[in-house]
Ligand binder design. Structure first.
Ligand SMILES: Cc1ncc(COP(=O)(O)O)c(C=O)c1O
Length: 451
């Protein structure tokens, strides 16, 4: 690999703390705190940058309690006995901008239903990003198809559109792009490739409520879009999910499948017939909670965006901190996480884990994100199973193993750091604390050692 010449800032950054005095052009002001332990890192017993709590999550609005009690006392708890779930579906379709929405028991079940209804079958291959939550590719295994991991672009944290086409085989039937952390994938590139090779596109928008790509909401850009409303999510109800789409026949099939395969709507013409299916229904309670949670979603999204934009501007000035880059065409992220990359070479090669410990000690909790899941044991276990050996030739599985090395994803899994979405619901002072804590660690990096 060609070595890049370091800029002046980078050169300065890689020198010791003793040289900081000459960094006259560095825009992040040296951090100082009052007291006797000026600059002493909190992990070593110094005063932390911040002692206050961060905004907690989820938030419950008690005004919805009367409706919950009414429903509980009625004994009409499942979706077939009341209107709450259907009403939520109407409201969510309006919020996202699709003709139809089907509420499901979870985001995982939304993905499972979508894969089945779009015809993904045993022995098929589905292209998917490895930098994601485990459910994204486990549903492909559950469908007895092969999740073919496409490398990640470490700059965007997303599937690298350049790398998609080379992984297509005559068994490929779908692409499952993931808008991870709420960052929109370059969907024009994905859809163009899908169109050219006659593939279905199922968006995993389980972390991307109200994110936008070319001004359109994520989840509305492929054949079907899937969302999660699990406890940690921006519109939470403990467990819950949704599928959105514009094609009535496909959405009717989704309904039928999620309702044990009972006949529904236009499935197979004017006389609906039973289909293969399962029970993936949402309960009335979940829908009431969701309709209450939805009321704050837009305002929260604006607050996260405002704070993330502030962090974008500040963090990129700190040596060795590289905030995410939006993919081409992405117009708005949902910020389920605020992500950046940590370059340890600017911090005397202190590991990311140690950096996170130091950050945490300063009162700013961070997370390293996903590991290299394409290498997880469960993948090998599936390939080695009776079913997969029946479904795929020895030669195909050999090539799969050989190609399952993804340098971009490996790099990201070593460098990624992120802040949880509820931190972005804080004030400007809270965001300042994040900047101060990282700056303090950078400036005092010579105090850190791995032990
Ligand atoms: C990217 C992604 N996909 C799928 C899921 C699965 O959603 P659920 O937990 O609602 O089943 C999640 C949930 O965390 C997710 O983050």
């Amino acid at each position: 690999m060609q070595k890049r010449k370091l800029t002046r800032r980078e050169l300065l950054a890689t020198t010791s703390a003793a040289t900081l005095g000459i960094m006259a052009d560095w825009s992040v002001k040296p951090f100082s705190i009052s007291g006797n332990d000026q600059g002493k890192l909190a992990i070593l017993g110094g005063e932390p940058v911040r002692k206050a709590d961060w905004p907690s999550w989820p938030v419950w609005d008690p005004s919805a309690e009367e409706e919950v009690l009414k429903m509980l006392r009625s004994g009409k708890w499942w979706r077939g006995s009341g209107d709450y779930v259907a009403e939520f579906e109407k409201q969510y379709a309006e919020l996202i901008g699709t003709r139809r929405c089907l509420a499901t028991a979870s985001g995982t079940t939304a993905l499972l239903v979508s894969l089945h209804v779009l015809g993904i079958d045993a022995g098929d291959e589905v292209l998917v990003s490895p930098f994601t939550f485990i459910a994204t590719y486990n549903v492909i295994f559950m469908s007895k198809a092969l999740p073919v991991f496409v490398d990640t672009d470490p700059e965007t944290f997303l599937i690298d559109p350049e790398k998609i086409e080379e992984r297509i085989t005559d068994r490929t039937t779908a692409i499952l792009p993931v808008h991870i952390y709420g960052l929109p994938v370059d969907m024009d590139r994905v859809n163009n490739i899908a169109g050219k090779h006659n593939l279905k596109v199922i968006e995993d928008a389980c972390q991307a409520w109200l994110a936008e790509y070319r001004g359109k909401k994520t989840g509305t850009l492929g054949d079907l879009g899937c969302f999660s409303f699990q406890n940690s999510k921006h519109i939470p109800t403990g467990e819950g999910g949704a599928i959105v789409g514009n094609n009535d026949e496909i959405m009717d099939r989704c309904y039928s499948f999620h309702n044990c395969g009972r006949p529904f709507g236009s499935v197979k013409g004017n006389t609906p017939i039973p289909t293969r299916g399962s029970n993936r229904r949402m309960q009335q309670m979940q829908a009431i909670m969701l309709m209450s949670q939805m009321k704050r979603a837009k305002k929260d999204a604006d607050t996260r965006l405002e704070n993330a934009t502030f962090l974008d501007g500040k963090l990129k000035e700190i040596p060795g901190i590289i905030p995410y880059k939006l993919a081409d065409g992405a117009t708005r992220s949902a910020y389920h996480m605020y992500p950046f990359r940590y370059k340890k070479e600017y911090y005397n090669n202190i590991s990311r884990e140690k950096f996170l410990q130091a950050l945490n000690a300063e009162g700013v909790p961070g997370w390293s994100g996903y590991g290299p899941q394409n290498k997880y044991e469960l993948v090998e276990e599936a390939l080695d199973s009776k079913g997969y050996k029946r479904l795929f030739s020895e030669e195909r599985l050999r090539r799969y193993r050989e190609e399952n090395n993804l340098p971009g994803n490996n790099q990201l899994c070593e460098e990624a750091v992120c802040f949880y979405q509820s931190m972005l619901l804080g004030t400007k002072n809270d965001m300042d604390d994040i900047v101060k804590a990282i700056t303090k660690i950078y400036e005092n990096r010579d105090q850190l050692s791995e032990s």
